[in-house]
Structure formats: structure tokens, C-alpha cells
Design a protein around this ligand. Structure first.
Ligand SMILES: [Zn+2]
Length: 177
């Protein structure tokens, strides 16, 4: 008989239909401030495959909050977004906001890409290592400078870019540094 093996750690159900809304199935929104319904998040990011693991990150973007999953047991930040801590295997993982401070880990100039009104090409893009954890890196537009004006380890801070495709988390060199 053919047997199908599966992980001993079943993943959360993946949202495969637009009407499978987490809030309707018991998930909670830990965010304060302006709240956005699951449907509003789906509507704002029609090209993103939203799941239980990543929807709070995208809801956070709408709220101008940069949010990643964090392990409640050991404090490890989890990105890419996953439902289980890769350090201690805990499933006590909660969406948590980062400070928005970091250093530029690498940079590159994009000469073409998805057309987003308000985004001109070429533009500078960088991997930012956030202060919360070594190796916690986020790919984002780097604004206010050219590629010649920044180097590796330049301290940067979060800024929000409002585009017609929704809020985008960007980074710019920290003032005075
Ligand atoms: Zn952990």
C-alpha cells in the first residue's frame, strides 16, 4: 500500500480560499491602533498568498508597523515568517513589532521591476539587518541616498513609503550618523 508520510508537526491550515478568514476561525489580531479586517488585508495585497503565518506582517504594513513572528518561549525572531520556532521548536509564536532600527547589510540598485506608481527606476534596494537579532534581515527600498553615499553597516531607520500599491517599509540613513 502506498503510504504518504507527513510531518509530525502539522502546519497551521493554509488559507487557500479568500473566504477562509483567520479572524473567523479564532485567530486574534494583537495589534492596537487602526485595525484592518482580514478582508481588507486580502484586498490590499491581492498578489500575496496570505496565510496564518504571514497575515499579521501584512496587516502591520497597512498600520505602518513592521511586524515579524517572534517565539514567546526563547525570544527568537522568525523571518521568513513561520509558525514554529527554528531554535526551540515552540509553537508559541506571536506577531511582534520591531523597532525599525538596523544597519545596511548589503545594497544593490534595481534597474527594472514591478511598476509601482511613485517608484522610479533605478532605485536603491538593501538588505537591512535589524537590531533585534543578528541575521534578521529585511529586503527594502533604501531612500534619501544614492548607492555611492552608503556603505555596509551604515545605520538606518525605518520610514514608510505610501504607494498606490499600499504602504512599503523602506529605510534611510539615521540622522546624524
Ligand atoms: Zn523559540
Amino acid at each position: 500500500m502506498l503510504s504518504i508520510s507527513c510531518s509530525p508537526f502539522p502546519r497551521h491550515a493554509v488559507l487557500t480560499r479568500r473566504n477562509d478568514l483567520p479572524s473567523a476561525m479564532g485567530a486574534t489580531n494583537p495589534m492596537g491602533g487602526t485595525s484592518f479586517s482580514d478582508q481588507e488585508v486580502f484586498d490590499a495585497f491581492p498578489d500575496v498568498h496570505l496565510t496564518y503565518d504571514n497575515i499579521e506582517h501584512f496587516r502591520g504594513l497597512l498600520q505602518h508597523r513592521l511586524v515579524f513572528n517572534r517565539c514567546a518561549e526563547c525570544g527568537f525572531w522568525i523571518y521568513p515568517l513561520r509558525p514554529m520556532c527554528p531554535q526551540c521548536w515552540s509553537r508559541q509564536v506571536h506577531a511582534t513589532e520591531v523597532s525599525g532600527d538596523g544597519v545596511l547589510y548589503y545594497q544593490t540598485t534595481l534597474y527594472e521591476g514591478r511598476h509601482i506608481p511613485g517608484f522610479e527606476y533605478p532605485h536603491l534596494t538593501g538588505g537591512v539587518e535589524l537590531t533585534e537579532q543578528k541575521g534578521l534581515r529585511y529586503l527594502a527600498p533604501i531612500v534619501g541616498v544614492t548607492g555611492e553615499e552608503v556603505v555596509e553597516d551604515t545605520p538606518v531607520q525605518l520610514v514608510w513609503l505610501d504607494t498606490t500599491a499600499g504602504p512599503v517599509a523602506g529605510f534611510t540613513p539615521r540622522a546624524g550618523e
